[in-house]
Design a protein around this ligand. Structure first.
Ligand SMILES: O=c1ccn([C@@H]2O[C@H](COP(=O)(O)O)[C@@H](O)[C@H]2O)c(=O)[nH]1
Length: 312
């Protein structure tokens, strides 16, 4: 997590902007002439670049959600990779939300996301449901190419409880907590020769939803070497008040994501977007995204300061 932590320190901002474009999240004027999937993919790219340009100096990272790009077929996948390259060129850490997981031989092929530089990702998300042989290829690739992975532990969605809250031991440990223990092990296996080990956090992070503050605090206590990616703030109802427990006592250890709350912030503006030119609409999208990103940063850093005051 060395690169991510340096970027968080440089911006003073532990939050990440999710780049999850959909037709509903783009002003209609940007899609007016998009007659094909290729045109639509180009519109998504222009939208993403406007947002990246507007926030690159105030956030450490972006998290493109590959599903939104795969929905447009090959042209969308190409725009996913181009968006990542553009974000990296602006100095941002790129966390590809690809949520892969499969048997070992197939996981090894998926791990090319980290080893083959066409994807331009600094980290990817992975699904641990298949166990260690589905994860090890990603850990090995992350180690070899100095990248990171984030393993799903306690996800933000309401039905995560159907599986992740099940007790898996007599002591009442939940499946999410058990996965947390495995993540610490996978990170420990990676950290011996890792440049990340000097940061106190291994290169194997965990995804822990902002919508579950109690589970977040519990997992933080159980997982001292694991950096958290925390989705669910904003559109899914997670609040800054519930987030402090996801961070360590030094105010580090977590990166909070907002996607729709930032890239769709333009929808709350009074301007009549449809009467704007494409370039004016893109500028407004960027301005609204920047304001929303600043508000999110203030919200989170204020909550962290309040916690420090309370514990002093
Ligand atoms: O537990 C999880 C894991 C991943 N996500 C992803 O994060 C964003 C959230 O988008 P918002 O618009 O901020 O709700 C999206 O890409 C999800 O696939 C998650 O929400 N929860």
């Amino acid at each position: 997590m060395r690169k991510l932590r340096e970027a968080i320190r440089a911006t003073g901002n532990p939050s990440v902007v999710g780049l999850d474009p959909t037709d509903a999240l783009l002003p209609a004027v940007l899609l007016r002439d998009a007659g094909s999937l290729e045109d639509k993919a180009e519109a998504y790219y222009a939208f993403n670049c406007a947002i990246i340009d507007a926030v690159a100096d105030i956030v450490p990272a972006v998290k493109p959600q590959i599903a939104m790009y795969e929905a447009l077929g090959p042209a969308g996948v190409a725009v996913y990779a181009r968006t990542n390259a553009y974000a990296q060129a602006q100095g941002l850490y790129v966390l590809g939300d690809i949520k892969r997981g499969d048997i070992g031989s197939t996981a090894a092929a998926y791990a090319a996301h980290l080893s083959v530089d066409v994807w331009h990702e600094d980290a990817v998300t992975v699904n641990p449901y298949l166990g260690s042989d589905g994860i090890t290829p990603f850990v090995d690739a992350a180690e070899e190419y100095d990248k990171d992975i984030f393993v799903l532990a306690k996800t933000s969605n309401p039905s995560s409880s159907e599986l992740q809250d099940l007790p898996v031991s007599d002591g009442g440990m939940t499946l999410a907590e058990h996965v947390g223990g495995l993540i610490e092990q996978w990170g420990g296996a990676s950290s011996s020769s890792s440049s990340s080990s000097s940061t106190g956090y291994s290169r194997v992070g965990a995804v822990v939803g902002a919508t579950h503050p109690e589970a977040g605090a519990q997992l933080r206590a159980l997982m001292p070497h694991t950096f958290f990616l925390v989705p669910g703030y904003g559109a899914q109802g997670g609040t800054a008040a519930g987030l402090a427990g996801f961070f360590d006592s030094a105010g580090s250890g977590a990166l909070i994501n907002s996607s729709r709350g930032i890239i769709g912030a333009w929808r709350a503006r009074p301007e009549a977007f449809d009467s704007l030119s494409t370039s004016a609409a893109l500028e407004m999208v960027g301005t609204a995204a920047r304001e929303a990103a600043v508000a999110m940063r203030e919200d989170i850093t204020t909550a962290l300061r309040e916690r420090t005051k309370e514990s002093a």
